[in-house]
Write a protein that binds this ligand. Structure first.
Ligand SMILES: NC(=O)c1ccc[n+]([C@@H]2O[C@H](COP(=O)([O-])OP(=O)(O)OC[C@H]3O[C@@H](n4cnc5c(N)ncnc54)[C@H](O)[C@@H]3O)[C@@H](O)[C@H]2O)c1
Length: 349
């Protein structure tokens, strides 16, 4: 049953991504940000100034105990996600948690179990690109067999992160703080889309390397992964944060009837053996792109524009008692393959 009251939200962690969360919640007529929290007082105070009426705090436990908070949005480093999310759920709060849901496999399993113990609460993981029209229409087309049986699903992200980027925040590029580097942070969005559109993976084998950030980070800046898809297809994914390209993504799905390639989130290539099938699929994709142009304003290219849609979905799930589009369990399927890839790469060192 839908509640008439606004969903009262607290944003935990007031660093880079919190601005976008504050903006998206403020644009949702059914939500209001009532509290912001960061271990660093000046960050919490600065965030409260961007969220009129919100109080600030440096103590997440106090925020979770507050009766006037219905939901929390976790925007902290990866290592803190599990403890914060489980404490919030155990305190009766709905949770939206930024990617990567967890820093390691054991944190992931704690989070999924905790969400399972609280079916009355919404536990959602941020994978905002799943809300964009092009990935959504492609997922439907792949699932409906438009491309025939998928043979290969391949993806890549080539991007650049400077030494200062890693040095400015102690958690980045560390096993303990981030859980890895380019795969679990920048590339996870494209890795997620690859797996989600292709219907999921059941095994991952990987090689990792640190080529461009030696002496700067302890985790990988470059990785190559071979994937066994649940559908029987084979997959691969490669990523680096030491590229001369600032941000270049590619996803390709090749099937027995047709193939599609996305480059930088746009349609790059479409090919079918049957010209009429190609025309039909192209029309569906173009319709999705038109919808995207209307619904999604231009945003920071590498975040994509899905945060608003994901936050709206979260608020709606809380208000109606419904299911979020990306639950902890859904997001965990991708995280599990991230950790399988890391475990495999560690065995090959
Ligand atoms: N979805 C996306 O496109 C996207 C983009 C950027 C970042 N992120 C994710 O958002 C999260 C945060 O990233 P960021 O770049 O904003 O990091 P950041 O380092 O800029 O900010 C994190 C903040 O969390 C605070 N914090 C840590 N532990 C806390 C605790 N226990 N209580 C309160 N505050 C705490 C830190 O003091 C810091 O200010 C990460 O999971 C990251 O991967 C997602």
């Amino acid at each position: 049953m839908a509640s008439k009251r606004k969903v009262r939200v607290a944003v935990i962690g007031c660093g880079v991504i919190s601005d976008l969360h504050l903006r998206c919640f403020s644009r949702n007529a059914d939500a209001e940000v009532v509290a912001v929290c960061d271990l660093v007082e000046s960050r919490a105070v600065a965030a409260s100034e961007k969220a009129p009426g919100a109080r600030w705090s440096t103590d997440a436990a106090g925020v979770f105990a507050a009766a006037d908070v219905d939901a929390v949005s976790i925007c902290t480093d990866h290592a803190s996600h599990a403890a914060l999310a489980c404490a919030a759920l155990d305190a009766g709060k709905h949770v939206l948690c930024e990617k990567s849901l967890a820093r390691c496999a054991s944190d992931l399993s704690k989070m999924v179990s905790c969400a399972g113990r609280h079916p009355e609460l919404v536990a959602a993981g941020v994978f905002q690109h799943r809300f964009e029209p092009l990935p959504r229409v492609l997922k439907g087309l792949v699932a409906g067999g438009a491309f025939g049986d998928i043979l290969t699903a391949t993806g890549s992200l080539h991007c650049f992160r400077s030494a200062d980027y890693f040095r400015n925040d102690a958690w980045r590029g560390t096993k303990a703080g981030e859980g890895g580097s380019v795969l679990i942070n920048q590339a996870i969005h494209y890795f997620d889309l690859l797996l989600w559109i292709a219907g999921g993976a059941e095994a991952a084998k990987a090689f990792g390397a640190n080529i461009g950030h030696r002496g700067v980070i302890e985790t990988e800046d470059t990785i190559g992964i071979a994937l066994k898809m649940k559908s029987g297809a084979v997959g691969s994914f490669a990523a680096t944060s030491a590229s001369e390209r600032k941000w270049a993504s590619r996803l390709a799905f090749h099937g027995t009837k047709g193939s599609v390639v996305l480059e930088n989130d746009k349609l790059g290539f479409l090919s079918f053996s049957d010209a009429r099938a190609e025309k039909r699929v192209r029309a569906k994709i173009e319709k999705a792109l038109d919808a995207a142009a209307k619904v999604f304003p231009a945003g920071k290219a590498y975040y994509g524009n899905g945060h608003q849609a994901q936050i709206d979905d979260f608020v709606k799930a809380v208000k109606t008692g419904g299911k979020p589009f990306v639950s902890f369990a859904d997001a965990a399927e991708t995280d599990a393959m991230v950790f399988a890839a890391y475990a495999s790469a560690a065995r090959r060192r």
